[in-house]
Design a protein around this ligand. Structure first.
Ligand SMILES: Cc1ncc(COP(=O)(O)O)c(C=O)c1O
Length: 317
């Protein structure tokens, strides 16, 4: 069964008028109950490649709480494609995400950090393909040129015009996809991890790969510099690290706006963006679109970790 998801029910909704700046939300978290946010955007054209080639199974890589693996497992079940994942070792035994993946029929195995570091090694991948003929190898996080193509489509769907789109970044693939679209406004990227300055060169590199695949002229460097703002201050200690201030912000955002944020990406994004607006980083009257890139499946795993430390939980219902 070929899978296709209608993304147009992802609405841009007004959130609030914050210190003179209008903030809108693109609700990609509402695209689909299980393959939501940037996950479907990234998977869509990988799936097309899968269907076009002589493939029988999809392999990917991720951590024990990976939004990507959860979405891939759901996609596998819906599209009746066997899925297989290599999971970065530790914590694999206590992860609601992996329990969910198993329930969708995904086969996964936990491997050591050392083995996991081979995830882009051509010989390692070739050996896997020999063991499992017809294996489509989907890079960690679903990145790659097909992912940029899917993310660029977000720009085509926008109903309003915006001075800026703010989004969270892990690898920077989603941001690069937006920038790949010639009509993209300024893109403001909030790094979800510590030491996020690598994101600028990474985004430039993804764009280069995209442009050379499609024979497009490269975006001039000065234009890219003008279009891309990178914010690295709101990582809260590192990837998937969280503190009580962030949990309280998430719970308060839910109480005020019935808006659910995820603990790894979109909470840090909105927290940082609102602070930046308050600090005067945007001109009065600016229209800023926040991309809600999903990730809500990660709440259960984060709450398990918070409960073990007897800390306040993310409480949405
Ligand atoms: C919910 C969510 N938001 C944002 C991101 C960051 O995306 P990217 O790796 O494309 O920067 C991810 C990771 O893919 C994610 O799961």
């Amino acid at each position: 069964m070929e899978l296709s998801i209608n993304t147009l029910n992802s609405k841009e909704e007004f959130l609030l008028n914050h210190h003179g700046v209008d903030v809108f939300l693109k609700r990609d978290d509402q695209i689909h109950p299980e393959i939501s946010g940037n996950k479907w955007r990234k998977l869509k054209y990988h799936l097309e490649k899968f269907y076009l080639g002589d493939y029988r199974q999809i392999l990917s890589f991720g951590g024990a709480f990976s939004n990507h693996l959860a979405a891939l497992a759901a996609l596998g079940k819906l599209a009746e494609i066997p899925t297989y994942a290599m999971v970065r070792g530790e914590e694999a035994g206590d992860s609601p995400t992996l329990e969910y993946c198993s329930a969708q029929g995904m086969e996964w195995e936990a491997i050591s950090r050392k083995d996991y570091s081979l995830k882009e090694n051509p010989e390692f991948l070739e050996a896997l393909q020999e063991l499992r003929p017809g294996l489509y190898i989907l890079p960690e996080g679903g990145k790659g040129v097909p992912a940029l193509k899917g993310c660029a489509e977000i720009i085509d769907e926008l109903e309003g015009t915006y001075d800026c789109i703010a989004l969270a970044a892990g690898t920077g693939t989603t941001a690069a996809g937006l920038l790949a679209h010639p009509k993209a406004p300024k893109i403001r990227v909030y790094a979800a991890l510590k030491g996020g300055s690598f994101l600028k060169p990474a985004i430039a590199q993804y764009l280069q790969e995209y442009q050379s695949e499609y024979g497009l002229a490269p975006i001039p460097r000065d234009l890219l510099i003008r279009k891309l703002d990178l914010v690295t201050d709101y990582h809260f200690g590192g990837f998937a690290k969280i503190n009580q201030e962030l949990v309280q912000f998430m719970n308060e955002t839910y109480r005020k706006y019935q808006l659910k944020l995820d603990p790894v990406y979109t909470s840090k994004l909105l927290f940082g963006l609102l602070k930046d607006i308050e600090a005067g980083h945007f001109k009065a009257g600016s229209r800023v679109l926040v991309l809600h890139s999903g990730g809500l499946q990660g709440i259960a795993g984060m709450n398990r970790r918070l409960a073990k430390k007897s800390e306040e939980l993310i409480a949405y219902d």
